[in-house]
Design a protein around this ligand. Sequence first.
Ligand SMILES: Nc1ncnc2c1ncn2[C@@H]1O[C@H](COP(=O)(O)OP(=O)(O)O)[C@@H](O)[C@H]1O
Ligand SMILES: [Mg+2]
Length: 401
Amino acid sequence: MSHPQSAVLANPFRAGNGVRPPYLAGRDGLLDEFGRFLIEPHPPHVNWSLTGLRGTGKTVLLNEFATRAERAGWVCGTRELGDRHRDPEVLAQAIASDSDALIRRCNALAGIGQTIERSFRFFRPRRLTIGELGVELAYEGVSSDPAEAIGAALSAVAQAADEAHRPGALLLYDEAHLLSDDRSRKEFPLSALLAGLGQAQRSSQSVRVVLCGLPTLTLNLKRAKTYAERMFRQVVVGHLERGDAWDAIGIPLAGSGRSFSLDLVGDIVEATDGYPYFLQFFGAFLCSRIGHAEVNRADYAALEPVLLHELDLAFFEDRYAVAGPAGQQVLEAMARHAGTVGALELRRALPANANVDTVIFRLVERGLIYRPSRGRYDFALPLFRAYLRRRANLTELAWGR
Ligand SMILES: Nc1ncnc2c1ncn2[C@@H]1O[C@H](COP(=O)(O)OP(=O)(O)O)[C@@H](O)[C@H]1O
Ligand SMILES: [Mg+2]
C-alpha cells in the first residue's frame, strides 16, 4: 500500500515542556526504585530531590511519579513553583492550600463529614490579596511563622492519610530550584520548608515530598540545612544512554508508517547527545518537514541548517536573551572553555567588567548556569555551548559582510 504524500504520514514525536513522550526511554530502573520507595514504611531517605539540566525529562518523570503513587493508593498533589514562592509566607500558603486539598480528599475517602469544615477553616490563608491590596487576616491556631505553618499543615495531611487508611500523602513540587534562601533579602523559603517538613516527619513519615528542579537545587538544599542530605535521596537525571536514545527514536517510529535509516538514527543520537528534549525535537522536525515515509541521512543533511535554526529559536534564543548584555558576555566567555569554568577565569576573561560575580549570581538565579562544585560553573542547558559557538560564528559572518 502506498501512502499519499505527507498529509497522512504520522508524526509520533512530541517536543515540549512536560509533554509525555511517545515512549519513556531509559527510566525503568528509576521508576522501579520509586515503586520500592512507595511501599517502604521507613525508607532510608523520606523525601526525594530530582535534579537535572533543562529538557532532561524531569517534569515528565514527576508526573509519572504522581501517577504511580496514586495507583499505589497515595494521595498526591503536584505544583509548579514560581518566583512568588520565594516569599516564605506565599510558600506556606501554597503548601497549606495543597494540604487542605489532600485532607479533603482523605476525609472524603474515609467518609468523614464534618472534619472537612474544620480542616478548611484551619488552613484559611492569613493574608489575602484583593486587587492590589494585601489584607492581613489573623486566624487563631495558625502560626505566623512559615516553618511552623508548613509543619502544621503537613502533620495534618499525614494524620488525614493515616485515618483514611492510605499509605501516605505525597507533595511533588516542580521548579523547586526557585526556592533558594536569600540572605540579602532576608527570605528563607527553603529553610522554612525543610524545618516544617522535618517537624512533621519526626512524628510521621506518611507525608513525603519530591522536589524537582535544576541542579542548583542540590546546592540550595545543602546550604539551607546541613541535615538536608539525610532527608533527601538525591536523584540526578541526565541524557539517555545510547541504547535508550536509540529506543526513544526507534520505538515511536515502529508501526507509525515511517522509518528512519539506521545511520540517520545514529546521527541523531550523536547530535543530540541523547538529551530527551532534543531527541523529540529532531524526530518531530524531520517527520513534519519530510514528505516521504522512508527518511534517510541525505534528507537530514539537507535540512540540518534549518533544523538547528528552529531548535535555537525554540530552546535557546529566549533564554539567551534574558541574560542581558553583561550576562551574555559571561556566557560567551564560558563557551570558549571546554568544561566547567572557575569564577577567577571568568573575571580574568572579562577585565572590563567589575561585577562579574554579581552577573554570575544572576545567571544562576535565572537558571542558565549552575555551580557543580565550589567556585566552578557550568551551563544548565544541555548543548548550550554548541549553540553559543554557532551563534558567535553567525554574528561573525554577518559582520564580515
Ligand atoms: N525518558 C524520555 N524518553 C524520551 N523522551 C523524553 C523522556 N523524558 C522526557 N522526554 C521528552 O523530553 C521533553 C522535555 O521533557 P520535560 O519533562 O519537560 O523536561 P524538563 O522538565 O527536565 O525540562 C519532552 O518533550 C518529553 O516528551
Ligand atoms: Mg520541567
